[in-house]
Design a protein around this ligand. Structure first.
Ligand SMILES: Nc1ncnc2c1ncn2[C@@H]1O[C@H](COP(=O)(O)OP(=O)(O)OP(=O)(O)O)[C@@H](O)[C@H]1O
Ligand SMILES: [Mg+2]
Length: 340
């Protein structure tokens, strides 16, 4: 079953052709990061306009690279939430147009479900290999959710961030340290040669819960930076290489500690058989190492390029939705706050 997966919920216009929920025949991402870099974050209107310009070229490239024609597609899947309203609307309406013109079934996929099903890409049937329940940690620019996956397409959210998402925290910390956008990869890179010289930052917790809180950690970094004189009035002021390196590493370690701690607690509480990571922060090399070394159950983490937004994950999730029985979704709408 060949599915064209389309993703436009944030700042990547992406499309992929996925066979049977796991074989990546093509995976094309037109990133807007360079465009947003100069603003230090994502400007929603710019994002919608870029999706509009990139949509058809990206679709065409995905189908061509897959070595098929649109006639060989069995269905089209598009992210219909959560995400930026204008960005989602471009994807949903354009996908409807394609489905109508090509006479293909169309399905809407929850972006977070897509992040989870990234783990099924290039992998055998994980559910068969490990069974259920699995604990899924979705850590991205807009979400930090802990989810119990009880079976295919069956989820219960058991923890989420009460303020900033982990990726957002990385992006804000990078700004404090005078690094570029997106902040996660920059902080990871700067952390590589750190020697653990600075006093520890806090590891915030949410009492009696599996939820997360990162805004206090970001504020603690800002206060520390102010007291060391390399950040004032919300602007970095010439931090030294050593300061950037050491605080990057300590901040990264603090975020990773929080993510690993709650995920492992969830495994215990729900007797989970495996952990699945997804979302842009799952690309973080330190998180990948720590989750693997600290967990007693298998940890499945998609390749880094499949952690950040892509169309392949939407095609993978859609395979299971189509397999489960499907009805044409012409009335599908973009839902910016869609829940899992
Ligand atoms: N190596 C990394 N280490 C830490 N964070 C990273 C890394 N790579 C990417 N990120 C972070 O991941 C986020 C982007 O992830 P993703 O593309 O999944 O988010 P999004 O789609 O914007 O948000 P959401 O999925 O919640 O809608 C950014 O905040 C970025 O800083
Ligand atoms: Mg995402």
């Amino acid at each position: 079953m060949n599915i064209l997966g389309i993703e436009t919920s944030c700042d990547d216009t992406a499309a992929a052709v996925i066979c049977d929920g796991k074989i990546i025949k093509s995976n094309v991402v037109a990133s807007q990061k360079e465009m947003h870099k100069k603003y230090g974050g994502i400007i929603p209107e710019v994002s919608s306009r870029e999706h509009f310009l990139n949509f058809l070229p990206v679709i065409e490239e995905a189908v061509t690279q897959a070595g098929i024609t649109y006639r060989d597609l069995d269905g089209i899947a598009v992210t219909n939430g959560p995400g930026l309203a204008g960005a989602l609307l471009v994807g949903v309406n354009s996908a409807k147009g394609l489905a109508m013109a090509w006479d293909k079934p169309l399905i809407g996929i929850n972006h977070l479900e897509g992040h989870i099903y990234s783990a099924w890409l290039e992998n055998d049937e994980l559910g068969k290999a490990y069974g259920f329940p699995m604990i899924c940690l979705i850590a991205s620019g807009g979400h930090t959710d802990l989810v119990v996956m009880k079976d295919h397409l069956e989820y219960e959210t058991i923890g989420r961030t009460v303020d900033d998402a982990a990726g957002e925290a990385f992006d804000k910390a990078a700004r404090i340290l005078g690094l570029g956008f997106p902040g996660g990869p920059e902080i990871q890179k700067m952390s590589e040669n750190a020697s653990g010289l600075v006093p520890k930052l806090p590891r915030p917790t949410v009492k009696n819960s599996l939820s997360f809180s990162f805004s206090g950690l970001k504020s603690a970094l800002a206060r520390r930076a102010e007291s060391e004189g390399f950040y004032s009035n919300g602007i970095p002021s010439n931090p030294t290489d050593i300061q950037v390196r050491e605080y990057s590493a300590e901040f990264q370690e603090a975020v990773v500690d929080c993510l690993v701690k709650n995920t492992l607690a969830a495994v215990e509480e729900f007797n989970a058989v495996a952990i699945v990571l997804g979302g842009g922060v799952a690309a973080n090399s330190r998180l990948r190492i720590r989750m693997n070394s600290d967990s007693t159950v298998p940890v499945i983490i998609p390749a880094p390029r499949l952690c950040t937004d892509n169309g392949a994950m939407i095609g993978a999730a859609a395979y299971y939705r189509f397999r489960d029985g499907y009805s044409q979704e012409w009335d599908m709408d973009a839902i910016p706050n869609l829940k899992l």
